[in-house]
Design a protein around this ligand. Structure first.
Ligand code: CTP
Ligand code: MG
Length: 222
């Protein structure tokens, strides 16, 4: 069985406010996309990186020498479109193979979580890492505010693990009916695939703002 990954890095990183794409921003001298690809390579034989269309070459340089077969393709206008383009590069996988979908914006997710995801995939079609929510959460901000019951809430991270046949079918159906979601677990669930959860890890937090890069640099210096 093959384990492959789509690593999304085609965003512009607008909230980071740098003049290079977020995936090329370095922590400890190494680009974020390379941190993420290197850790995926510990469980994946193949990785498809989605890069901004005008930076495919720079991303290929950034991941050169990672110990997996890595292909860099141009991403799309949304994260979902980028994932779909990445999946097209995996068309020759077997339906039972495993695919992780991960964000280069979460470069420090511990490899132990990858193991939990792949183990749980033995009894599910899709598995997402979830962290308990520490803040009280409301919906309807700016209008009809409603309190949500915190003990039942979770924050969803990446990577997310999928049986290839399920992920391929779910994305194809989403594309056909114009269903949009912010992650791939939601797409799999929408089309009736069995969704499981495992415990995520705070180290897998998303790098969004300049201070997230600074905090990662500081952790690295310790
Ligand atoms: N992504 C992508 N293609 C897009 C948009 C986002 O591959 N069209 C990827 C990003 O590169 C990132 C992940 O999806 O790895 C999560 O997105 P986010 O953290 O929002 O990153 P950006 O979109 O780059 O940042 P921003 O929203 O601040 O511009
Ligand atoms: Mg974004």
């Amino acid at each position: 069985m093959t384990t492959a990954a789509v690593l999304t890095a085609a965003g512009s990183g607008s909230r980071l406010g740098r003049d290079i794409p977020k995936g090329l921003v370095t922590v400890g001298g190494t680009p974020l996309v390379r941190w993420a690809a290197s850790s995926l390579a510990s469980v994946c034989e193949r990785i498809v990186v989605t890069a901004p269309a005008d930076a495919v070459g720079a991303f290929a340089d950034a991941v050169a020498g990672v110990s997996a077969r890595v292909d860099v393709v141009a991403g799309g206008a949304s994260r979902q479109a980028s994932v779909a383009l990445g999946l097209s590069a995996l068309a020759d996988l077997d339906a039972r193979d495993a695919v992780l979908v991960h964000d280069a914006a979460r470069p420090f997710m511990p490899v132990a979580v990858f193991g939990r995801l792949l183990d749980a995939l033995e009894s599910h079609d899709a598995v997402i890492p979830v962290l308990p929510v520490v803040d009280t959460i409301v919906s309807g901000v700016g209008g009809d505010v409603r309190y949500l019951s915190r003990p039942t809430l979770g924050a969803v991270q990446t990577p997310q693990a999928f049986v290839w046949g399920a992920l391929r079918e779910a994305h194809a159906r989403a594309q056909a009916e114009g269903f949009e979601a912010t992650d791939d677990g939601a797409i799999a669930q929408r089309y009736g695939f069995r969704l499981g959860t495992v415990e995520g890890d705070p180290l897998g937090a998303k790098i969004t703002y300049a201070e997230d890069v600074e905090a990662a640099e500081q952790r690295m210096g310790r």
